[in-house]
Design a protein around this ligand. Structure first.
Ligand code: ADP
Ligand code: MG
Length: 161
C-alpha cells in the first residue's frame, strides 16, 4: 500500500491511510488472511470509512456483489465468497435481545467471517476473542487521512495485524 505507514505497538497495530483505496486494500488483505469463525468489530464515526472497509473485507473474501451498510436490516449475509460474510450494523439496536432474535450466535460462532459495525453498542455479547478495528480522522493530517487501529482482543498479541 503506497504511503501507508505501519507502526507496531505492544498490543495493537496502527495503519495510516490517505485514500479510500488504501483503506479498502488494507481490509481486503485482512479478509484474505481471515480464518473461519473470525469476528471483526468495526467502530468509528459516521463518514469515517466503515463502509469502505466492509467493501474491502467482502472483496478479500471473493464476494463480487455490491456491499453497502446494512443499516435497516442489522444483518446482511453474503454466501458467494470463499466463506460466508455476516455483516452486522448494530447502530439501531435498542436492546441486545434483538440480537438473539436475529440468531447472532450462529454467525459469531459459525464458519464464516463476522463483521460488526458499531460493536461498541453491544459489548455484552461480543465473543471472548475478536479483532477490534477502529477508524479515526485527524483533520490536521489532511481530509483523506485515516488512522486505523487494529487490536486483537483476547487472542495472540503477536498476530500479524
Ligand atoms: P461510514 O460507513 O463510516 O459512514 P463511508 O465508508 O460510507 O463511511 O464513507 C467514507 C468516506 O470517506 C467516503 O466518501 C470515502 O471516499 C472517504 N474517504 C476519504 N479518505 C478515506 C480513507 N483514507 N479511507 C476511507 N475512506 C476515505
Ligand atoms: Mg457506512
Amino acid at each position: 500500500m503506497i504511503n501507508t505507514k505501519q507502526t507496531n505497538e505492544s498490543e495493537y497495530t496502527i495503519i495510516e491511510t490517505n485514500s479510500p483505496e488504501e483503506t479498502f486494500a488494507f481490509a481486503k488483505q485482512m479478509a484474505e488472511e481471515a480464518k473461519p469463525g473470525e469476528v471483526i468489530t468495526l467502530d468509528g464515526d459516521l463518514g469515517v470509512g466503515k463502509t469502505v472497509f466492509a467493501q474491502g473485507i467482502a472483496e478479500g473474501l471473493g464476494i463480487t456483489g455490491p456491499v453497502n451498510s446494512p443499516t435497516f436490516t442489522i444483518l446482511q449475509v453474503y454466501e458467494e465468497g470463499r466463506m460466508p460474510l455476516y455483516h452486522f450494523d448494530v447502530y439501531r439496536i435498542a436492546d441486545p435481545e434483538e440480537m438473539d432474535e436475529i440468531g447472532y450466535e450462529d454467525c459469531f460462532y459459525g464458519e464464516g467471517v463476522t463483521l460488526i459495525e458499531w460493536a461498541e453498542l453491544i459489548p455484552e455479547i461480543l465473543p471472548a476473542k475478536y479483532r477490534a478495528v477502529k477508524i479515526e480522522k485527524d483533520l490536521d493530517k489532511g481530509f483523506d487521512y485515516r488512522k486505523i487501529t487494529v487490536q486483537n482482543i483476547g487472542g495472540n498479541k503477536s498476530c500479524g495485524f
